[in-house]
Design a protein around this ligand. Structure first.
Ligand code: DMJ
Length: 576
């Protein structure tokens, strides 16, 4: 439990989070306002190219097949939803429209947002014989509806005074109620799959993942607060507490488990697939709801991740029982981690890790699903890039925290790659193989809810002005409201984390010159002192190098930095 002496640190921490989520007034030096507008408009065009092609060729089905200009409802990960009120027995839940609503608001298109809200109000139903994945349906559909409901009742929305009578909230409540039978297990851990009409099917699999049962709290907690029905939050919280009770003495969790026996199935885990949003939701639930319980869980698990998974800027997997490394692999999903580190204020670690993900992006043109760090090669079967958002997401958070124009350059590279490799006449296509750039006929809905949204926010964050949001793991914004806080948060930041000492001086000139090597002096009115007993700066201010001798001592770990293949000083995985 945090001690009383931590109150000041707590306030600083909270202020930092608020600062990170707010719009800063200062424009980015080196990336002029005309260029920012140009990039923003480029992202806007990307979004509408994806959205309009979906509306023309796929709506009201779930997702677009951009190469053949057709549709798909058979999401292996989501299951089948369908709209019964439509003619011709359509399958589909207009998933991409549900996922696009909050992005339309971020782009300032209230007219199309309102059109979508009213269409869904009239047509969507969940009273269907459909087996869906609880986690995916929660983050995409429930999260999309809850967020859109909040935005529809926002003072900026014209719907507030017109035709909108909480229809999306009614739909969300109905969907949430259909989720509840999944939680009726001896452990309280929910089944991974549920039939929306009939509940849990006979002989349903009892296997689920850590993220599948441990990251439902944001959407279900928000639903409870909006409806006044505590059952949604209670179910998600009970599952989360049970999951947490299954941690090892090292405070590590596995990746898959049995919801009936409460036994682990896969003991190895990392910060990527099957676990990622579990960590994300502990911290974001604390920010959104203010309970110390979430912070305590996050704090313990964050320290365990840094201790057992981190190796320099990389995060490998480890066995939860021993802490011993298992798989030395970089996965595309892990790229959300630097963004989460920004929310907790660990900027130096976020920056060094983000730079490595970007190095791999740059090497292939996009981020491969899995990259074998120990062999320096692609995973033989997971060479795909399904338009994932995680690197863009972290880039957005790093830019919010640092205002370093370098992150805009990263965003520009990501945008150019997406347009060059994945844009086709019928939308944006996934990459089947990053070594050949062969495309796959699928435009995932998260390309609209997350990838385009974070890239747009990187160049225009006016949506954030005057309101702080937590973004769900699917990129749907939920406002941070004092009235949702059960009590005021208390937090403790370990002294060796790279924390901002004075919240009035939180703006930094350059992440490359300061966060990577934090004690580099900056001069000027916004200089910032960060403790570092052992720090020795790299020879060059831009951290480029040809030999290890040109690299200094890392200020946070006190370890010798070495020169990477890419020619940057850092704490790389394989040191001499
Ligand atoms: C999204 O559906 C969510 O971000 C989820 O948590 C995992 N990643 C996918 C997109 O990559």
């Amino acid at each position: 439990m945090p001690g009383a002496g931590a109150a000041a640190a707590s306030r600083n921490w909270l202020l930092l989070v608020l600062l990170l989520l707010s719009a800063f007034a200062a424009p980015a030096a080196g990336f002029g306002s005309a260029k920012k507008v140009y990039m923003r408009e480029k992202v806007r065009k990307m979004f509408y190219h994806a959205y309009e092609n979906y509306m023309v060729h796929a709506f009201p089905h779930d997702e677009l097949k951009p190469l053949t200009k057709t549709f798909t409802d058979s999401l292996s990960e989501l299951g089948n939803l369908k709209l019964e009120r439509l003619p011709q027995n359509y399958n589909g839940s207009a998933l991409t429209l549900v996922e696009s609503l909050s992005s339309l608001v971020v782009l300032g298109n209230y007219t199309e947002f309102e059109r979508g809200v009213l269409w869904l109000s009239d047509n969507l139903t969940f009273d269907v014989d459909a087996r869906v994945n609880l986690f995916e349906c929660n983050i995409r559909v429930l999260g999309g509806l809850v967020s859109a409901h909040i935005l529809a009742t926002d003072s900026k929305s014209r719907l507030e005074h017109g035709l909108y009578k909480n229809q999306l909230l009614d739909l969300a409540r109905d969907l949430g109620q259909r989720f509840l039978p999944a939680f009726e297990t001896p452990t309280g851990l929910p089944y991974a799959w549920i039939n929306l009409k009939y509940g849990v099917m006979d002989a349903e699999t009892t296997e689920t993942s850590t993220s599948g049962c441990g990251s439902l709290i944001l959407e279900m907690g928000a639903l409870s607060r909006l409806t006044g029905d505590p059952r949604f939050q209670a179910a998600a919280l009970r599952a989360l507490r049970k999951l947490w009770s299954m941690r090892s003495p090292l405070n590590l969790l596995g990746t898959t488990l049995d919801v009936v026996t409460g036994e682990w199935i896969e003991y190895s885990s990392g910060v990527g697939a099957g676990v990622d949003s579990f960590y994300e939701y502990l911290l974001k639930a604390y920010i959104l709801f203010g309970n110390d319980e979430f912070w305590d869980m996050f704090h313990s698990s964050y320290l365990a991740v840094q201790k057992y998974f981190r190796h320099g800027p990389w995060y490998h997997e480890a066995d939860m029982r021993t802490g011993k490394a298992t798989y030395w692999q970089l996965t595309s999903l892990q790229a959300f981690w630097p963004g989460l580190q920004i929310l907790v204020g660990d900027i130096a670690a976020a920056n060094s890790s983000h730079r490595e993900f970007f190095y791999v992006w740059d090497k292939f043109g996009v981020l491969p699903e899995r990259y074998l760090l120990d062999h320096g090669m692609l995973h033989p079967t997971e060479k795909y890039y399904p338009l994932r958002p995680e690197l863009a997401e972290s880039t957005f958070y790093l830019y919010q925290a640092t205002r370093d124009p370098w992150y805009m350059e990263v965003g520009e590279t990501i945008i150019n790659s997406l347009n060059y490799y994945t844009r086709v006449d019928g939308g944006f296509a996934s990459v089947r193989d990053v070594s050949t750039m062969e495309l796959e006929d699928h435009q995932h809905s998260f390309f609209l809810s997350e990838t385009c949204k974070y890239l747009y926010l990187l160049f225009d964050d006016s949506f954030l002005a005057g309101q702080n949001y937590v973004f769900t793991t699917e990129g749907h914004p939920l406002p941070i409201r004092g009235s949702w806080h059960e009590k005021l948060p208390e937090a403790y930041i370990p002294a060796n984390w790279t924390s901002v000492k004075n919240e009035n001086q939180a703006i930094r000139l350059s992440a490359l010159s300061q966060q990577v090597c934090p004690a580099t002096t900056t001069g000027g009115s916004i200089s910032l002192q960060i403790e570092s007993a052992c720090h020795i700066p790299d020879s060059r201010a831009d951290h480029r190098c040809r030999m290890d001798d040109e690299c200094g001592i890392d200020s946070t770990t006190c370890r010798k930095r070495v020169c990477s293949m890419a020619g940057f000083c850092g704490l790389w995985l394989f040191e001499p």
